[in-house]
Design a protein around this ligand. Sequence first.
Ligand code: NAP
Length: 478
Amino acid sequence: MDVRKNYLNGQWIGANAGDEVITVVNPATGEALAQVATVSREQVKRAIDDAHAAFTSWRALPAKARADYLLAIGDQLNKRGDEIARLITQENGKPLAQSRGEVTMSVDHLRWFGEECRRAYGRVVPNQVPGKRNLVIKQPVGVVAAIAPWNFPLVLSVRKIAPALAAGCPTILKPASQTPLCNLAFAECCEAAKLPKGVLQVVNGSASMIAEEFLNNTLVKKITFTGSTEVGQKLIAGAARDVKKLSLELGGHAPVIVFDDAALNRAVEGVMLAKFRNTGQSCIAANRVYVQAGIHDRFVAAFVEKAKQLKTGNGLEGEQDVGAMVNEKGLTFALDQIEDARRRGAKVLCGGKRMNRPGFFLEPTVIIDVPPDASCMNEETFAPVAPITKFEREEDAIAAANSTRYGLSAYAFTTDLDRMFRVAERLEFGMIGINDGVPTTSNAPFGGMKHSGWGRELGIEGLDAFMETKHVSIGVIE
Ligand code: NAP
């Protein structure tokens, strides 16, 4: 099996004899798919030096020139869309159509930040002292280190790289070990777009070693991370030494509230999307579904009917709705959560079992009457498992929805305009989908409160995250 290379300072660098390699496994078959070279600490250090060397000329480019590179990378990605989508499905397990959607969204991020960096305005503030001029200017923070997860392996990397590059910051990406291949393909797109050397580099290898170098090396000015809250907390502790800037997109435990006045079909469709998209392995996935008593039975009947119709299988074969889970560990955790809910009195209305086939497949599962102390009502369920519970009063549903350490996304289904605003304002989450199961778009901020992280990606906030704000105060000369 070929060992794929890392992309360092414009060169593809392979493994030396005896170096460790990462074996990438196809979750739909459990078989090895590819091997990837790992970097040494010395190579990470050199990558940071090279990124720093590239910073001077990259930041000096007019925004329009940086934008042209981003648009060219987007064109390359688009051209190779089908092939890269297959790669995502092979290493992550999601259905091919969803991988294609991930590529399309990645291209849109590149285009949006390419356009937005031309509008990274500062401002001139009315002065308070006669003769003084107060200018506010925006400048790139410097070398950025990005650490990405496996669940949306391409788009969550691009969500960091596109704004960082747009702002003028060379970036070093460390992909998740389960999904390095689409990220290496992305580096090929950057190379084909003739991005100057050192502006984007990809390092695969030991997460803790690479992170240690990112944290301790003073040339790295910002770390942007998407992943678990536990690793995020380690980065917060490590960042203290060098007062390193951090953006953190961490775990979630999204509640959904379906009110009596919801449009039933719209609510069922919306919750299906929010729950089963990406095989339930999404940080904004619906984790707890609260349904008001008046609509509960009709909602459950329609939802279970839909869940039973979901096609689950190898994402490359036919048109699947649900693919393989990423690994054995995630599957076992989900099965344990189902068992825990059952033990506490919940009823499994469909699914609930591992599928009898190779790979890591869980039947799409719906559970009702789930008590609040069940593990799945508290610990992030990264799986196609939908726990549903009944409520009577709006205030009880809001209190239950907010009773979590997470604050990433929440959903509500209602046709009452007053209630839409009231609920959106009272839910303690960074993103609220009202009658909308997928509240993610290039042009609006994405991110969480509480243990779900710091800062925002996407939107103008996503670009601002990679810029320093500087005040230049100019006094009179004489
Ligand atoms: P993870 O274990 O935290 O891994 C994420 C990334 O961190 C991977 O690249 C991983 O590398 C790396 N990593 C592991 N240990 C590290 C360490 N000690 N220091 C620095 N980096 C380290 O999370 P995951 O299981 O891949 O992803 C699932 C989690 O991500 C869920 O909690 C999900 O909610 C969250 N997520 C959040 C968002 C959001 O936008 N808020 C989006 C998607 C996912 P290796 O793969 O090499 O171990």
